[in-house]
Design a protein around this ligand. Structure first.
Ligand SMILES: [Zn+2]
Length: 198
């Protein structure tokens, strides 16, 4: 049986994870280990655009990054971080992430804050901004997030495997988005049922 998923070729970026580190994991569809149909981070330019749309950097920062970074280096590093998300969620490779995070903290700057006395600016160095902020996001995910709300859009039922935090009150969210995978899977089930009843 052919499994037809939601339209990964849609150029619109979708951020459904509810957390930056999950959005990083979701920058490929469907998520591995199955065959990947679309990698949103196809090259350094795509990474920079993704980082801005995912609000890792703002427009002015993206401009500074583009002047300061070594694109291939940052690109390779981000793909490595992305490949670690599942592991760190399972409590593996934490030492690796911890070291990367410590490097990011070494470059972070403490500046006067708006509400409190100070704000910690992670990624103050534009050349390392994207990697530093993503490493920090991953540490935040494993340290501070209630992972009992972590869900995966179900691939066996036609979903995309994307990760998201279910913030619904009764914690019954199943799909990354109902507009996309949910609706698609529903219409597919309907077609199959009609076919079966014929
Ligand atoms: Zn999905």
């Amino acid at each position: 049986m052919e499994r037809r998923n939601a339209d990964w070729t849609n150029p619109d970026w979708r951020f459904v994870g509810g957390h930056r580190a999950l959005d990083l994991a979701n920058s490929v569809a469907p998520r591995p280990p199955g065959p990947v149909e679309r990698d949103y981070l196809s090259d350094p330019d795509a990474l920079l655009e993704w980082a801005e749309r995912a609000e890792i950097v703002d427009a002015a920062e993206a401009e500074r990054v583009s002047r300061a970074w070594r694109p291939e280096f940052v690109f390779a590093e981000v793909l490595e971080l992305r490949a670690m998300v599942d592991d760190v969620l399972a409590g593996r490779r934490l030492d690796e992430l911890g070291r990367r995070w410590a490097e990011a903290m070494g470059r972070a700057e403490l500046v006067p804050g708006d509400s409190g006395a100070a704000t910690l600016v992670v990624g103050a160095d534009p050349g390392m901004m994207i990697g530093d902020r993503l490493a920090d996001a991953m540490v935040d995910l494993v340290r501070n997030v209630d992972l009992s709300r972590l869900r995966e859009c179900p691939v066996p039922e036609g979903g995309c495997g994307w990760l998201f935090l279910d913030r619904s009150r009764n914690q019954s969210r199943k799909w990354c988005t109902m507009d996309d995978c949910g609706t698609h899977a529903k219409s597919k089930r309907l077609t199959e049922r009609r076919r079966a009843s014929r």
